[in-house]
Design a protein around this ligand. Structure first.
Ligand code: NDP
Length: 806
């Protein structure tokens, strides 16, 4: 007898197509399917008259012809954005809030058109564009209308960065536009957007919406084209910031191209995100989670859960369940509402996936695909599962960016964390367990900007998104995302980008130093033959090469000698800083106690320090006294912050909590400014360690004695060995070593343009965070010399999503 259950099993899906007609009609209305750039509020033909075709990857038919942007087009767009910048920045925040609100409404009004257009151009299922991409686009504009409204109070003392170049990939074409445009506009910047070559249509449609809401001409511009168009934009001298989402490879090129230019940069790059399943997880939920993690958008998702890490006790059972589910997945026309997976964006991407799958098989992993066949018209690829994968295999390390899941097993939570972190990336992770203690123990140990507990691929404008390590830096969304489009109002970049302490200008130890107005009594000076060592792992260490350099005071007398550190000394210091990583587990209160203790010990020797600084710099006794007093106060500031630099619980639309945690970056290299030799150093070291980092500091090259004198203070202050390491010597040489070191997670650099370029360029190798301060700061001014800005640069925000309920 036929039962309902049997009918359910055997029933086939009928077609449920969404009509493409309105979207095709919209394309036709635009110059019969030929699009120019959108510059200064007008559609503009490309200067060189070149166009390229954009196709529907599900059918291979041509959808439209789109302008190929050259240097002249980028110039025109930058000029339009520059011209519009003052007016847009000067607009009352409330007025900008109204525009953003209007854009959110406009996106909602045209949501069906945008969803269909996106599915046609990209190949992703209409279910996803309709239910996820476009609603999130609107949400981003609503959320940032809010930030625009609150700008003056919540971001007091900040101003827009200026003209912003934004480059987005093809996997979430309009969503990436929204993630970049909404905060940029809210902060008061003007924009040149470069959409991906494969998927330019929704960005062009969005340009039209900006016109409909009356956005002033030039505030938002679109230049379409390929990678060379993006390159022109990145290299344009009149662009103040680049925001990029795409491959780590191109991210690295952009990091190098912008090094030393003073351009602000955010990079949202690739990933190889772990999906960790413990043995007590609800396996049926896990299976649905995996579907969302890796078969959503055909796996072409930067944060796709592409590495399934399963407790070995349940691996076979989960594999069986997954295969059964894969057998039921439907691949087909993206416009069919009952389809799970659409088309791969382009033949080149399809080839890449095929190539990597072949490599996986060659390397000995076991490949499984469902029994059914994909449509032959268009670029389709079936869901694919690899088991018996070695952690070192290519498919376990390389971002495939396709519907391919690789599965590995672990025995203990420790092993799971090690496997999870065993890639250069750090974008996202999911953790599946019914044990909340375990989930919350594991989440902070994962190197990832977002951790989803018993869920995956959750996004919201209130929760910043972005990576650790080679997944890039900066966040999109949330308060932290806004800072990426703002600069402190005392700062100026680019046009006024200048260098006070450039190599040539540094007051080298042997350079003539002006005489002090104040005479320092001879008895206060140390013996001439005193030699200061380096400070590594809590001990004074001789420099590797055994060389030292003489340090003369302002009056020309020799005040002492300092060790000449080299590459080996930096390596030892980095090793010591890593060995001290338990510092992160010291409570905020504990860190505060130590910072207070350092301040206390410094205070007892304040006069001695003031005399020493005055002798070194010739800046006068009063100035030196002020510097020491400010250094003590600065230590108090960060002792105060140590237990207050906490995170937030975000209002995201889930039944649960999204915890935004401030995590230290890791090992930071700190290159101190030449001016204010004590205060400058303390201003970098104190926030870094207050936030839980360990550091390798390179003090002022001209006046290192202010730092070397600190050793005894640090030794007497209960600071665990290795938390602060100091290497003196040739700054330019040491900066480079630090910036190139693969085990250094971030570098802060105070100094000249040439040094900044060296640091930013070298940092591209492992995508370490850099913060270059090339403009002189008034370190005595608490607004410039301390506070949240420093703590933000000392931290990564990790968002942990924890849904709850039965
Ligand atoms: P890319 O990183 O090459 O492209 C991203 C964007 O940058 C596109 O708009 C691209 O233009 C542009 N671009 C390319 N080269 C340059 C350059 N030198 N300077 C400035 N802009 C440039 O990604 P692809 O689209 O080529 O995809 C390649 C691989 O990258 C994928 O297989 C996937 O592994 C990964 N990827 C990762 C993404 C992520 O979010 N993590 C997103 C997309 C891809 P154009 O479209 O013309 O190439």
């Amino acid at each position: 007898m036929t039962t309902v259950a049997k009918l359910f099993e055997t029933m086939d899906y009928g077609p449920a197509p969404e009509s493409a007609a309105p979207a095709l009609e919209w394309i036709k209305q635009h110059g019969a399917g030929q699009f120019g750039h959108y510059i200064g509020g007008q559609w503009v033909a490309p200067a060189e008259g070149q166009y390229f075709e954009t196709i529907n990857p599900a059918t291979t038919t041509v959808l439209a012809r789109v302008a190929q942007g050259g240097a002249a087009d980028v110039d025109a767009a930058v000029a339009a954005a520059r011209a519009a910048a003052p007016g847009w920045a000067a607009l009352a925040p409330h007025a900008r809030a109204r525009y953003l609100y209007a854009l959110a409404r406009e996106v909602q009004r045209h949501s069906r058109l945008l969803a269909v257009l996106e599915s046609l151009d990209n190949g992703k299922p209409i279910r996803e564009t309709r239910d996820l991409d476009i609603p999130l686009v609107a949400r981003h504009f609503y959320h940032h209308a809010g930030w625009a409204q609150l700008l003056a109070t919540e971001f007091a003392g900040y101003q827009p960065v200026g003209v912003v170049g934004q480059i987005v990939p093809w996997n979430f074409p309009l969503l990436m536009v929204a993630w970049k445009v909404a905060p940029a506009l809210a902060a008061g910047n003007t924009i040149i957007m470069k959409p991906a070559e494969f998927t330019p249509l929704t960005a062009l449609c969005f340009a039209e919406l900006t016109r409909e809401v009356g956005l002033p001409p030039g505030v938002f511009n679109v230049v379409t084209g390929d990678g060379t168009t993006g390159k022109h934009l990145v290299e344009h001298p009149d662009v103040n910031k680049i925001a990029f989402t795409g491959s780590t490879e191109v991210g690295r090129i952009i990091r190098k191209a912008t090094a030393g230019t003073g351009k602000k940069l955010t990079l949202e790059l690739g990933g190889k995100s772990p999906f960790i399943v413990f043995d007590d997880a609800d396996l049926d939920s896990v299976v649905e989670g995996v579907v969302d993690a890796i078969w959503f958008n055909q796996g072409q998702v930067c944060c796709a859960g592409s590495r399934l890490l399963v407790h070995e006790g349940i691996a076979d059972r989960l594999t069986q369940k997954l295969r059964a589910r894969m057998e039921k997945l439907r691949v087909g026309s993206p416009l069919d509402k009952a389809v799970d997976m659409g088309a791969i964006v382009a033949p080149v991407q399809l080839e890449r996936i095929r190539g990597l799958v072949e490599k996986g098989v060659e390397e000995g992993a076991k490949m499984w695909q469902p029994s059914w066949a994909c449509p032959t018209e268009g670029y389709f690829y079936p869901p694919t599962l690899f088991t018996d994968v070695s952690p070192a295999a290519t498919i376990a390390q390389v971002e495939i960016f396709g519907p391919v899941l690789v599965s590995m097993t672990f025995r203990t939570p420790k092993e799971a964390v090690e496997l999870a972190n065993n890639t250069p990336y750090g974008l996202a992770a999911s953790v599946w367990t019914e044990n909340i203690n375990l989930a919350l123990d594991v989440a902070p140990k994962l190197k990832a900007g977002v951790v989803w507990v018993n869920c995956t691929n959750m996004f919201d404008a209130a929760s910043g998104f972005g990576g650790y390590r080679e997944s890039g830096f900066g966040r999109e969304g949330g308060r932290e995302g806004m800072y990426e489009y703002l600069k402190a109002d005392y700062e100026t970049r680019n046009a006024e980008f200048e260098m006070r302490n450039d190599k040539a200008g540094v007051e080298k130890p042997d350079a003539p130093i002006p005489h002090s107005a104040i005479r320092i009594p001879q008895s206060d000076l140390p013996p001439i033959d005193r030699t200061y060592k380096l400070f590594i792992a809590g001990k004074q260490a001789r420099p590797d090469q055994g060389y030292s350099r003489k340090i003369t005071g302002a009056d020309g007398r020799v005040l002492g000698e300092v060790g000449e550190g080299n590459r080996k000394d930096i390596r030892n210091a980095v090793e010591a800083a890593h060995a001290a990583d338990s510092w992160v587990r010291v409570s905020g209160h504990g860190r505060a106690q130590i910072l207070y203790y350092i301040a206390e010990n410094l205070a007892t020797r304040a006069d001695e320090y003031a005399n020493r600084i005055a002798a070194l710099t010739g800046g006068g006794g009063d100035a030196a006294g002020r510097e020491v007093a400010a250094a003590i106060a600065r230590l108090f500031t960060y002792a105060a912050w140590a237990d207050k630099w906490d995170g937030a619980v975000h209002h995201t639309p889930i039944r649960g909590v999204t915890l935004a945690m401030q995590e230290p970056i890791g090992v930071l290299g700190l290159i101190a400014p030449e001016e204010f030799p004590l205060l400058g150093l303390v201003s970098l070291v104190a926030p870094a360690i207050a936030a839980g980092n360990t550091v390798v500091a390179v003090p002022s090259e001209a006046h290192p004695l202010a730092a070397t004198e600190l050793y005894t203070v640090l030794e007497a202050s209960d600071l665990p060995d290795g938390v602060v390491n100091v290497v003196t010597g040739d700054k330019d040489a040491l900066d480079k070593v630090l910036a190139e070191h693969d085990d250094v997670d971030g570098v802060w650099y105070c100094g000249g343009a040439a040094g900044a370029k060296t640091v930013e360029f070298a940092a591209a190798a492992n995508m370490k965070r850099t913060w270059v301060m090339t403009r002189p700061r008034d370190w005595l001014d608490p607004r410039q010399g301390e506070g949240r800005e420093f703590l933000r640069h000392a931290s990564e925000v990790k968002n942990i999503w924890i849904p709850y309920g039965e």
